[in-house]
Design a protein around this ligand. Structure first.
Ligand code: T46
Length: 143
């Protein structure tokens, strides 16, 4: 199973330029509770290095490009975001890191929950332990 879902957003483009609309349950599978964006990130910097317990999130490079590493504790993939019509949907327990920001990159995040620091796991070893606990809990439910 893939660690993320890639969503191709329909663009309404005419002679004036492009427009992309994102609407809950039309092109993304959750209610939008929060929108934020990362900008002015120095090209030598990386961000993220955390997982979320419950958050669902859509990431779009509305300008420039960056790479997002997604990791479920058993394997990882690197996704290049470089088009405003390309969205990365991250759901479930996934460690994420953002690297290789281009000059002028603006990374838009659309989230299913309000900001809650208790939803973050910011230590990789804690992420692995928590993932194991959740998986064992699920295995027990299915046995
Ligand atoms: C994610 C990636 C893509 C707030 O006060 N409210 C907010 O809504 C957010 C997102 C952050 N903050 C505070 C928490 C920290 O004190 O802003 C500070 C910087 O946040 P953080 O270090 O978590 O930033 P990133 O770029 O590492 O991660 C962010 C999101 O936090 C995270 O959910 O998935 O962007």
């Amino acid at each position: 199973m893939s660690l993320y879902k890639s969503i191709s957003l329909s663009s309404l483009t005419d002679a004036r330029g492009g427009l992309i609309a994102i609407e809950s349950y039309k092109n993304i599978p959750f209610d939008i509770k929060r929108v934020y964006y990362l900008f002015g990130t120095d090209i030598t910097e990386s961000r993220g290095y955390h997982a979320h317990k419950n958050l669902k999130q859509l990431l779009i490079c509305v300008s420039g490009s960056c790479e997002v590493t997604v990791d479920d504790g058993e394997g990882s993939e690197v996704v290049l975001l470089e088009n405003p019509d390309q969205a990365l949907l991250i759901e479930g327990l996934i460690w994420r890191e953002m690297h290789n920001f281009s000059e002028g990159c603006v990374l838009l995040a659309i989230a299913s929950e309000l900001y809650d620091e208790t939803d973050y796991i910011r230590n990789y070893d804690d992420f692995i332990s928590y993932s194991k606990q959740v998986k064992e809990g699920l295995d027990e439910c299915h046995s």
